[in-house]
Every structure is written in structure tokens, then in C-alpha cells.
Design a protein around this ligand. Structure first.
Ligand code: GDP
Ligand code: IMO
Ligand code: MG
Length: 447
């Protein structure tokens, strides 16, 4: 791509994760030179279905499945090196070689065994109301160490820090004491095992580690296009989500600055991915949740079971209060609306358009969990459709009721639907407007 036509984009979630970001990134990747993860870690699970093959990526950007794409793991990602290695190895076995096209930021932080242990112990010890329902991937404890600074280990430390072994031994010993005191359990933490994992990471991943911030700026200055792949979703954002039932990173385009070292002003298209209904995995308020046979039906039809943990996802009607909130926060320029096919056969279909709390009407979500737990959804019912949408490839071919539903969501959320999902397959998606123009552009330059 030449510099004048160069476009950078971000695909991110507008919900509580699992909106279909992996599928949207996969669809767009062939039009980009570089795909970058900038937040989260192995809590993410991004699925792509190609024919009979399914790929579920946790740490590698989904763009890794495209051989002309350079895959970047940015400074804002917390990386479990052992999980990353198993992901690299399993992709290699399936014919995807990342040699020469994977870059890991030297500023990225390393998730250690004691982070995962702390995640599990703190969840186990919490009361039922306080449990976050984390993915047990050590995400919160690793980001906490990053903020604490003295107890953090980055990839650059792995390569350059003198006496890293001594520091790690001290960290492990202190963590054993503090976890033992907090959770009064027999904490099994072997410093030699932690050091062995770090040695494996150094030997096998060291060659991928570099200054990805500089790489991205140089790439953009040369006219190469960059796609930023958000993990988790805006409702799990540490600042703006349904706190404290959130993850520990900035999950929207605002995370690109800290998480990739690129100002968000360089990103032209902000594609907010959202399902045609709502899902959530883990604890926390969910005003439009359907704890009845309609919710069960959506879960069965949409195969709503977690990609990372296998847990059943909670299902509910599309929540336009939250959709408008996260679209505004993120400045979404376009929507990728997924799983329209899953709603086929439901008539009518509900949309949550406001909340009633203690006799008051809310059009934007309150911060307080207690208020959200007490909220009653105000549901607008619209006609549903019975047709199977899986072979539909344009808006014009959609049944009238499905088109009307899409238009209603566009108007409530305040952004156009540019990508629509009608099935899990790579091909079961259609694209319109400028995103369609973008992916019709000539092949990008290879890196
Ligand atoms: P991500 O975390 O946002 O990448 O989403 P996940 O991959 O965790 O979950 C989305 C699930 O929905 C995956 O199993 C996808 O294969 C599937 N999926 C994505 N888009 C559609 C769609 O339009 N229709 C259907 N039926 N499934 C979809
Ligand atoms: P993708 O990228 C769905 C949820 C967890 C839990 C909370 C905190 O696949 O959309 P954490 O392990 O991050 O401390 O868990 O956040 N969560 C996700 N839910 N999809 C995700 O990622 C998620 N990442 C975190 O279930 O409720
Ligand atoms: Mg997922």
C-alpha cells in the first residue's frame, strides 16, 4: 500500500468479550501488512473457522494465520511465554510458520506461574458475590506487578538484566510468604521451576523480542498498514467496564497508545464488534440477561461456550444502553454485527433500550454494581425472522425483519453496520461501505 492510501484500523469488542473479533480480524487481515495485539493476555480466545478447521488463538494475533502478515505482540500485552510457545508450536504443526514474522515487544511483561497461582487462590478464597470468575490465566496479578514495578519482569529483563535470577528468587520467596499468609494454604512455588520457564522463554522466544514500538512507527512511515486487534471487550475495560467485574487492561482503541506505543490518531477505522444479542462469561451484572428457555436457545444455537475456559456463556437480549455507551467511549466509526443467524426463529426479538432503577429511567449505565444488579430492562420488541441467514451475502438479500433489526441497532448505537456475521465460517460474513473498499484494495506489500 502506498502512504496516501494507507489506512490503519482497530477491531475491538463493544461487549463483555467474545463478540467475534477473531473472525472480523481474519476477514480484514489480507488487506493489512501488520496485525498487533495491544492488551490482555491468554485470557483472550479468538476463533476462526476455515472450512472444517477451527483455530483458537489466545496470545498470537489472529492475523498470524495470514502468511504475508507480520504479527506483533505489543508492550501492553501480558505474555505467558510457555502458553505462547505451545501456540507457536501448534500453529507450526498446522503449517503456519512464524519464523521471521513474529515480533514480541521487549517492553511486554511476563506472566509467571505465581501469577496464575495467585489468580486461582484469590478467586477460590473470595465469597460467591465477590468472585470475578477470571480465566485463571494470571492476568490481574501480572498487571498488578507491572504497576508495582519492582516485582515485574519484562522481556527486556530476560535478555539484559544482570542478576535477574537473584531478583526472581527473591520475588518467588516473598510471594510464597504473602500468598501463604493471605490464603493460609500450603503454597507450592518452586523458584527453580520459575527460572527454568524463564530460561526456556529466553532460548526459544529471545529471537522474536525487539522494539516493536519503533518497528510499528517505521512500518507506518513506509506506508505499511496496521490492524490493531483488541482483546476482551469494552465492558471489561478496567476504567469504563462493569467494575470490579472486569479485566485489568484498557480493552478499546484507547489502549493502543499505552499498549502499542502508537497514538490512536493514526488509526482511521475503529471497528466495534458486537453480537446481535448479548453474552457474558464470568460474574457481574447483566441487565438484559435471559435466564429462561430463550436464553438457553440462544446459547445452544450460537454455541455459546467459552473459547478459553469452555464455560457456558450467559445470554440475553441486545443491550442498546451498553452498546451506545461503549460505541461513544471508543469513538467506533463502524460496527461489526455478528451472530445474526443465531436469532433466526425467535419472534419477536427484544432490544433493551433503557434501564429502570428504583423508579428512575437510565439511558446510560450507572457505575455502581448494586444499582446495575437492581436494574430492570426496558425491552422494545421488534418482529423476528424465520429464514436461515447462513447463505445470505448482502444486506439486500436479508429478510425484511432482519434488515429492520440491523437499522434499529445502527440508530440506537450510533454507528453503521459495515460487517455482518451470518455464521461462524470465514465466508459467512459480508462487508459493505468503505470497509468493503478497503478489503478490495490490491494486495499489500509483504514485510
Ligand atoms: P472473540 O473472542 O471476540 O474473537 O470471539 P470468540 O471467538 O471467543 O467467540 C465467538 C464465537 O462465535 C466463535 O465460536 C466464532 O466461531 C463464532 N462466530 C463468530 N461470528 C459468528 C456469526 O456471525 N455467527 C455464528 N453462528 N457464529 C459466529
Ligand atoms: P476475548 O478476547 C470473554 C472475563 C472473564 C472474567 C473477567 C476477568 O476472547 O473476547 P481475567 O482472566 O481477564 O482477569 O477475567 O473478564 N474475560 C473475558 N470474557 N472474552 C474474553 O476475551 C475475556 N477476557 C476476560 O471471564 O469475567
Ligand atoms: Mg473470545
Amino acid at each position: 500500500m502506498n502512504p496516501t492510501s494507507q489506512k490503519n484500523a482497530c477491531v475491538f469488542g463493544l461487549g463483555w468479550g467474545d463478540e467475534g473479533k477473531g473472525k472480523a480480524v481474519d476477514l480484514l487481515s489480507s488487506a493489512f501488512d501488520v496485525v498487533v495485539r495491544f492488551n490482555g493476555g491468554a485470557n483472550a480466545g479468538h476463533t476462526v473457522r476455515v472450512g472444517v478447521e477451527t483455530f483458537a488463538l489466545h496470545l498470537l494475533p489472529t492475523g498470524s494465520l495470514h502468511e504475508n502478515v507480520t504479527a506483533v505482540i505489543g508492550p501492553g500485552v501480558v505474555v505467558d511465554p510457555i502458553m505462547l510457545l505451545s501456540e507457536i508450536d501448534s500453529l507450526a504443526k498446522r503449517g503456519f510458520d512464524l519464523t521471521g514474522r513474529l515480533k514480541i515487544s521487549d517492553r511486554a511483561h511476563i506472566v509467571q506461574a505465581y501469577h496464575k497461582l495467585e489468580d486461582q487462590l484469590s478467586e477460590r478464597a473470595a465469597s460467591d458475590e465477590a468472585k470475578i470468575g477470571t480465566t485463571s490465566r494470571g492476568i490481574g496479578p501480572c498487571y498488578a506487578d507491572k504497576m508495582k514495578r519492582t516485582t515485574a519482569v519484562r522481556f527486556s529483563d530476560l535478555l539484559y538484566e544482570d542478576n535477574l535470577d537473584d531478583r526472581v528468587r527473591r520475588i518467588v520467596s516473598d510471594r510464597k510468604t504473602s500468598l501463604g499468609a493471605l490464603y493460609s494454604s500450603d503454597v507450592e512455588l518452586d523458584p527453580n521451576a520459575v527460572l527454568a520457564d524463564l530460561e526456556t522463554a529466553k532460548v526459544r522466544l529471545g529471537g522474536f523480542v525487539c522494539d516493536t514500538t519503533n518497528f510499528l512507527h517505521e512500518a507506518m512511515d513506509e506506508g505499511r498498514s496496521v490492524l490493531f486487534e483488541g482483546a476482551n471487550g469494552m465492558l471489561l475495560d478496567v476504567d469504563h467496564g462493569t467494575y470490579p467485574f472486569v479485566t485489568s487492561s484498557s480493552t478499546g482503541p484507547h489502549g493502543i497508545g499505552p499498549g502499542a506505543g502508537v497514538p490512536v490518531s493514526r488509526v482511521d477505522l475503529l471497528i466495534g464488534t458486537i453480537k446481535a444479542y448479548a453474552t457474558r462469561v464470568g460474574s457481574g451484572p447483566f441487565v438484559s440477561e435471559l435466564k429462561d428457555e430463550i436464553g438457553d436457545r440462544i446459547r445452544e444455537r450460537g454455541k455459546e461456550f467459552g473459547t478459553t475456559t469452555g464455560r457456558p456463556r450467559r445470554c440475553g437480549w441486545f443491550d442498546a444502553v451498553l452498546g451506545r455507551y461503549t460505541a461513544r467511549l471508543s469513538g467506533a466509526t463502524d460496527l461489526a454485527l455478528m451472530h445474526l443467524d443465531t436469532l433466526s426463529g425467535l419472534d419477536p426479538v427484544g432490544i433493551c433500550v433503557a434501564y429502570r432503577i428504583d423508579g428512575n429511567t437510565y439511558s446510560t449505565p450507572p457505575a455502581d454494581t448494586g444499582l446495575l444488579e437492581r436494574a430492570e430492562p426496558v425491552i422494545e420488541f421488534v418482529p423476528g425472522w424465520n429464514e436461515d441467514l447462513r447463505s445470505v451475502r448482502s444486506l439486500e438479500d436479508m429478510p425484511h425483519a432482519a434488515r429492520t433489526y440491523i437499522e434499529r441497532i445502527e440508530s440506537l448505537v450510533g454507528a453503521p453496520v459495515s460487517i455482518a456475521g451470518v455464521g461462524p465460517e470465514r465466508s459467512q460474513t459480508f462487508v459493505r461501505g468503505r470497509i468493503a473498499e478497503l478489503i478490495r484494495q490490491p494486495e499489500p506489500t509483504t514485510t
